[in-house]
Design a protein around this ligand. Structure first.
Ligand code: GAL
Length: 685
């Protein structure tokens, strides 16, 4: 076992495959930041506690798992949080409808409440059996303890493997060698931080990326777009990012990557108008390249041997292909002011549309096969699209539907065509275990109540997105899709709109706090949104929570879904305060909350000084936020806000600073430190 960074060890077996997440990545391990984390002087396991052997199938790995351990991770798992006792297949999939492991972003990484993490460096569809089975002989004698014939499966088929003799079994097809990385604690959250810093640190979005996002109707014309864009400003609905769906291109399935001058005549003029109204423009696309695309001929020699939708599948692991992609995006879009992209369809459909991707036996010029490409295509694609923004010296925050291992540095947020609200909330809880960001996007809704509850979750999530690609008018005017298309509005739409406006403004108020939480993700690897167990690993009541999560250091968010007028919220030990009313709650127990439709349960940790901004309509490059701090508890600790120019990469060269705010007698003391010379925050009270 080799120590490769502070608290990170690698165990190598045989000769690893040429294409793995580690061999394909471009970011480097953040050694210095890892050095700053304390603890974890020795690896969580000794070499002889880990069994690795070759089999005719590939590789068989076996790792210890104690009786009281709970394990989390495996990427964006939408159907379960605690994977103890479950089998998970690490396979990218666009229709992750069941708890199989299939995911838009599967990751062969897990963390344990015992305070360590394990990353198996493979692009294969590896299967993890998380304490599901015992070795032959382990149950001898224990069966006799079984009492009577039961009527449930558990009773009938014996005990669950909780007897201290269980392991994690990993089955990796095809590979004959492997690197297994171990991440030390001391606590679960430190193992996650180490994994993220090993990945290259968390993404720092541009500040505007934390505002509201609105994606317009697929069939929108230039006039429709301008009507929406003008409408948001007139109605004072804060929106930062305006998204174009497939209709902007001449060909969308597969993609031409060329503006459709029929639907958008003089599109450059339209873009200028949108920029003038302070919108950032985001364009939908996927990576299958239509024969009419200007990139087609150049990509032909660097593509896989199967087409998708009559288009090429470029091999973005090949430098030439990546270069063609990056250059087209730079000159045609990024240099013309486009702020980001929505990278769709890269996650392979098996259950709904089996021909919407390439087969696992496909071959690519880099030497990868279809299986490896499926699991890597999301991160390769993100890297290719981030390159032009790097070249232009401007940050992006973009969207992607497939991701995977070591993705923390990518400024991309995942989304899905699934739509169950509770599943979407679970996504926010889970993404943080594996270096992923997830947006519980809002589309149309079943009812105004459904719309408002969904917007509440979106507002308290990594990306506050309304993806209205199927409705021409904003959902607050009409939630029902058919009526929306016909232009029939709700009688009380102004009332609904006003509730939505106030929620959008809440999001805008939290931007400085959120931006600081993202800065911690970049610097310390600490996810801005995370499961409660990550902050309270010693409290078993948090182990199974999948409907509430932490936002930054101080806030606990517990969304409600349509049909619920109340819900139970477990507050970990310590004192908490309702964000809206200030009412105090003693932690270590659950409370039934019924805040009414306009509010989502949000709790603030005792001792918090919470910085809130006067809501802006949008975050311009030179925006300055007027900040009021709200004190929760008798003696709140100082808080710090991260400050930089919000758009460039100058923070990498020290161009950032901290604004420390503390209570000082009856007033406030504000101290600035660091290398940023400007002022983004005006502390007003
Ligand atoms: C889907 C995507 C949706 C929307 C749609 C447009 O694949 O998930 O959000 O963009 O394509 O055709």
């Amino acid at each position: 076992m080799e120590k490769i960074a502070n608290g990170v060890w690698r165990l190598r077996y045989g000769a690893p495959e040429a294409h793995t997440p580690v061999s394909l990545r471009k970011s480097s391990v953040l050694q210095e930041q890892l050095d700053k984390l304390e603890g974890a002087a020795t690896p969580p396991f000794t070499e002889d506690q880990i069994e690795i052997k070759s089999t005719p199938r590939g590789l068989h790995i076996e790792l210890p798992l104690e009786a009281d351990e709970h394990i989390y991770g495996f990427g964006l798992q939408l159907h379960r949080v605690d994977h103890t006792g479950r089998k998970k297949v690490i396979r990218v999939n666009s229709d992750p409808v069941a708890d199989t492991g299939d995911s838009h972003a599967p990751v062969p990484f897990y963390v344990s409440t015992a305070g360590y993490g394990v990353f198996v460096d493979t692009a294969r569809y590896a299967t993890f059996y998380c304490g599901t089975n015992q070795r032959k002989g382990a149950s001898a004698g224990k069966r006799s303890e079984q009492k009577e014939i039961g009527t449930s499966e558990i009773e009938l088929y014996g005990y669950q493997a909780t007897e201290g003799d269980r392991t994690v079994v990993v089955d990796i097809p095809a590979a004959q060698g492997i690197d297994v990385y171990l991440f030390g604690g001391p606590e679960l959250r430190h193992a996650v931080q180490r994994y993220n810093l090993f990945s290259g640190g968390g993404a720092l979005p541009p500040m505007w990326g934390l505002g509201m996002w609105y994606r317009a109707y697929s069939a929108a014309t230039k006039e429709d777009v301008m009507r929406l864009a003008d409408g948001f400003r007139t109605d004072r609905m804060p929106v930062d990012v305006f998204g174009f769906e497939p209709g902007w291109q001449t060909k969308a399935y597969s993609c031409s990557f060329v503006w459709d001058e029929g639907r958008f005549p003089g599109h450059e003029e339209m873009l200028r108008e949108l920029y003038g109204k302070n919108y950032r423009v985001n364009l939908w696309e996927h990576l299958f390249v239509h024969p009419t695309s200007p990139m087609y001929e150049k990509l032909l020699p660097h593509s896989g041997d199967y087409e998708v939708w009559e288009g090429l599948v470029p091999d973005l692991a090949v430098a030439e292909a990546k270069e063609v992609f990056a250059k087209h995006h730079l000159t045609e879009f990024v240099e013309k002011g486009i702020a980001g992209f929505k990278l769709d369809e890269c996650d392979s459909s098996d259950y709904v549309h089996s021909n919407w991707s390439f087969p696992d036996v496909a071959r690519f010029p880099s030497g990868m096969d279809g299986e490896q490409m499926h699991n890597q295509i999301g991160t390769l694609y993100q890297e290719a699209i981030e390159a032009p923004f790097e070249a232009a010296g401007r940050r992006t925050l973009s969207q992607v539907r497939a991701s995977g291992a070591l993705a923390a540095p990518f400024p991309f947020v995942l989304y899905s065509d699934l739509y169950d609200h509770k599943v979407f909330i679970r996504g926010v809880v889970n993404g943080g275990f594996s270096g992923l960001l997830w947006s519980p996007e809002v589309r149309q809704a079943e009812s105004p109540e459904d719309l408002i509850r969904r917007i509440q979750t979106a507002v308290f999530s990594p990306m506050a997105l309304l993806n209205c690609w199927r409705i021409p008018n904003p959902p607050w005017k009409q939630v029902d899709r058919e009526k929306n298309v016909k232009g029939e509005f709700l009688d009380n739409y102004e009332e609904i709109q006003s509730i939505c406006r106030s929620l959008f403004e809440t999001r805008m108020a939290f931007i400085p706090y959120l931006y600081t939480s993202y800065a911690k993700y970049r610097i310390e690897g600490l996810p801005p949104f995370r499961a409660i167990v990550m902050d309270y690993p010693d409290d078993p009541n948090t182990f199974g929570i999948e409907d509430a999560y932490m936002m930054g250091e101080s806030l606990l968010i517990a969304p409600l879904t349509a049909g619920e007028t109340e819900r139970s919220v477990y507050l970990p030990k310590g004192r908490w305060h309702c964000f809206w009313t200030g009412e105090a709650y003693e932690g270590g127990q659950s409370y039934l909350m019924s805040p009414g439709l306009e509010r989502i349960p949000v709790f603030v940790k005792d001792g918090t000084l919470l910085p809130l901004a006067a809501p802006l309509q949008h975050v311009a490059d030179d925006a300055v936020f007027d900040i009021t701090v709200k004190a929760f508890g008798d003696s709140p600790a100082a808080c710090s806000l991260y400050e930089d120019d919000g758009t460039s990469f100058s923070y990498r060269d020290g161009g950032f600073g901290w604004v420390r705010i503390e209570l000082d007698g009856g007033g406030l003391k504000v101290t600035r430190s660091g290398g940023f010379t400007g002022h983004r925050y005006n502390i007003i009270g």
